[in-house]
Structure formats: structure tokens, C-alpha cells
Design a protein around this ligand. Structure first.
Ligand SMILES: [Zn+2]
Length: 400
């Protein structure tokens, strides 16, 4: 058996087969229609990126048959999903109004370039993937426990990030300021390149949501310190020292850390004990630096969102089960409860799915099946909550 290399030049031959045999068309249409609420499937915008980056917007379909025909006719390299309009979307129609759109989150490892040490830009490995694991667990818990959302779909972006689609009715009809408010709630890291310390938690009791996020971070913090080794280089160490606002403490820590071996875990442990001793002796510092360790953990671990994607009503987002044209990887759906077991090299690629003889074939086929099953579960939950919502609405209107 041979390990088949992905070759983008073969996409025109592979895509029609992939769309027919592997793309979960039926459940995909059911997902986008949500029992026709608030509008039929045909009012939803889809967009295709064709070979040579030709971009088609305002496409729409009424049923699975039309989807299959459109996919075969256009053979898109990439599929994106847009909003639901009050009318069938089309290029010439300028008075169309957006009625609904999933609340979406886009987390991309390029936004972690400032802190990750293993890779930069388009590169990604198992080590920096841990940032995505933490982001997924924190966002998922926050959306469920603080906002009460249930219909949450997690999708691998195809290369170096993850997308979250919140499909509860209340989330889909949320206006732009509402989306902005949820995005800000999830933004604890603020400030551009020139600002060293980007997290400020004050000195009041910590919000439950922040406590919960810190508990998640604590599950992975040691591993991150060992794998990323943030403070091993003089550059990394300096960036870390800049996060200590108190000059006396900073120079005490600097002196201690210089004498230590370069291991970030040892340096962190030494910092924490120096900090705690300093606070014990100095009540004033204790008040000012109450959450310093928490602030540093958040700066190195908390999710970094692309806020514009969440706030925008008709920002297009890559569809689940679309292929990433550069990697050949399928944008698979995964369970947030299982994200820590997500393995980048076990993500199905279009070439292994189409080639039974390749070494990865059985693992990839299996993971594709799992991904479709997870997708189905979320869609069934969406349909069930939508039916319940309609029944409740009907009951309330009878009472009045
Ligand atoms: Zn990496």
C-alpha cells in the first residue's frame, strides 16, 4: 500500500466523485433549512470558489437534487455559506434583507503567532493545535452555560483553525449589536502589537465564566509550557517579564530566572513562588497584582477570535465538509467533548477517501463516517428544538 500524496491538480477529477459519494448532501440540506424557519432553504445564500479563484456569490438551492446538479455543474473548489434572506438571493437583487444567520466564531492559529513558538503563519502541528483544543472547550462551555445555547456545531476549517456555528433560533435571529456583545464577552485579550500586557482582570472577585475558563486552561497549562517553551529564549523571557507591572517584583523575578535552566516550566514555578512571597510581604502589591498569574495564563492560552466574523451578519463562512483546496483536507465536524483527541493527520483527505488502497484509507473513512454522524446529531437536535419552539409559540398564541 502506498501513501498517496495530495495533488491539487487532480481536484477537477476528484471533486465530482467526492460530492456524489462522500458529501452528506441530504443532511446538509436539512441543516440549512431548519424546518423552513424563518424562510425556506432557497432563501439561503451559498457561494462557490471555482478553479482559478473565480468566485460565485448569491447561489441558492431548493432541495438536494438542485444541490447535486449545481455541484456537478460548477465543481466548486470551496463552498461557503451565507445568510438567509427574505427572498431568493441573487446578484441583481439589492433590496434583499438578511433575516437570519447562525452565530459564528472563527478561531485561526495565525492569530496566535505572537505566542506560539513551534510554527508561524500557515504552518500548524500537533503542538500548536493544543491552542485550538483550549479555545474550543472554553467557547463551547461559555455558549452553553452562560448563554444557554444547545445547537452548537464545531467544524475543522481545513488547515489551521476551527469554526463554531450556533444554530439555536435565538442565535440565528440575533442582530449585529447582540452578536458584538457576545463576541466582546468572549474577548479577554485586548490591544495590538505595541501593548505588552493585554489582560486586566482588576481586583474584584473573578466572574464565574473566567474561573471556569481558567480551570480549563489549568488542564493544559503545563503541557503548553513544556511544548511551547514560551520563556526559554531571551526574547520570550523579556516578553514575559513585561507582563509584570510592578518594577520591584519584575527585577526580583528577572534575577531568579536568569540563574535557572531555560525550561519554561521551571521558570514559571519559580516566578509563581517569588510572586506569592512578594504578595505576602507587601499588602499593597497584593491588591494591585491580585490576579497576575491568572492574567498571564489567559494571555498565553485564552481563545483569540476573529471578531468581525462573529459580528458581521452576512460574513460568508466555509461550509462543513468543504475541501480545503491547499491541503485536500475535509472540513469535518467534530464533538467539542472529544476535541482533545482530534489528530490533524487523521483528518480525511479527498484523495484517501477516493483511494481504497492508500495506507490511511481505513482511518480516514472511519473518521469521515464519525464526522457525518456527529453532524447528523446536531442537525436532529436543531430540528427537535425548532419543532418545540414552534409548538410553544402555537400554544402561547392560543392562550391569548
Ligand atoms: Zn505548531
Amino acid at each position: 500500500m502506498v501513501k498517496q500524496q495530495y495533488d491539487a491538480n487532480l481536484l477537477p477529477d476528484m471533486l465530482p466523485i467526492y460530492y456524489t459519494r462522500h458529501f452528506p448532501q441530504k443532511i446538509f440540506c436539512r441543516w440549512l433549512a431548519y424546518g423552513c424557519s424563518p424562510q425556506p432553504l432557497s432563501n439561503r445564500e451559498m457561494s462557490f470558489t471555482l478553479a482559478d479563484d473565480v468566485y460565485l456569490r448569491y447561489l441558492s438551492i431548493s432541495n438536494q437534487k438542485e444541490l447535486q446538479e449545481l455541484l456537478q455543474k460548477k465543481c466548486p473548489y470551496k463552498l461557503d455559506i451565507g445568510a438567509v434572506y427574505n427572498t431568493k438571493p441573487s446578484v441583481g437583487r439589492h433590496n434583499a434583507v438578511v433575516l437570519a444567520r447562525e452565530l459564528v466564531f472563527d478561531i485561526d492559529l495565525t492569530d496566535y503567532d505572537e505566542i506560539r513558538t513551534c510554527c508561524q503563519e500557515a504552518k500548524v502541528c500537533e503542538k500548536c493545535w493544543l491552542f485550538m483544543v483550549i479555545a474550543c472547550e472554553i467557547i463551547d462551555k461559555t455558549l452553553r452555560e452562560d448563554f444557554g445555547f444547545q445547537c452548537i456545531l464545531w467544524v475543522f476549517s481545513g488547515r489551521r483553525g476551527i469554526h463554531c456555528w450556533v444554530s439555536d433560533y435565538e442565535a440565528r435571529i440575533l442582530d449585529s449589536p447582540g452578536r458584538g456583545a457576545i463576541a466582546s464577552y468572549l474577548c479577554l485579550i485586548a490591544g495590538g502589537e505595541n501593548q505588552s500586557k493585554k489582560v486586566h482582570l482588576g481586583n474584584e472577585n473573578l466572574h464565574t465564566s473566567i474561573r471556569r475558563s481558567l480551570n480549563i486552561i489549568d488542564n493544559y497549562f503545563e503541557q503548553l509550557l513544556q511544548e511551547q517553551d514560551f520563556f526559554a529564549t531571551s526574547e520570550g523571557l523579556n516578553a514575559f517579564l513585561k507582563l509584570i507591572p510592578d518594577e520591584t517584583l519584575r527585577s526580583q523575578v528577572a534575577k531568579k530566572l536568569e540563574k535557572l535552566p531555560q525550561s519554561s516550566l521551571e521558570r514559571w514555578t519559580s516566578f509563581v513562588s517569588t510572586y506569592e512571597a512578594y504578595c505576602r510581604e507587601n499588602g499593597n502589591a497584593m491588591r494591585k497584582l491580585k490576579y497576575l498569574t491568572e492574567e498571564i495564563k489567559i494571555q498565553y492560552c485564552y481563545p483569540r477570535l476573529d471578531v468581525n466574523v462573529t459580528t458581521g451578519f452576512n460574513h460568508l463562512l466555509k461550509s462543513p465538509f468543504s475541501i480545503h483546496p491547499k491541503t485536500g483536507k475535509v472540513s469535518i465536524v467534530f464533538k467539542s467533548s472529544n476535541v482533545k483527541n482530534f489528530k490533524l493527520d487523521e483528518v480525511p483527505t479527498i484523495n484517501t477517501l477516493l483511494d481504497d488502497m492508500s495506507t490511511d484509507s481505513s482511518v480516514h473513512q472511519n473518521n469521515m463516517k464519525e464526522a457525518v454522524k456527529t453532524f447528523q446529531e446536531v442537525v436532529f437536535l436543531c430540528e427537535k428544538t425548532e419543532a418545540m419552539r414552534k409548538r410553544n409559540n402555537a400554544n402561547t398564541s392560543i392562550e391569548f
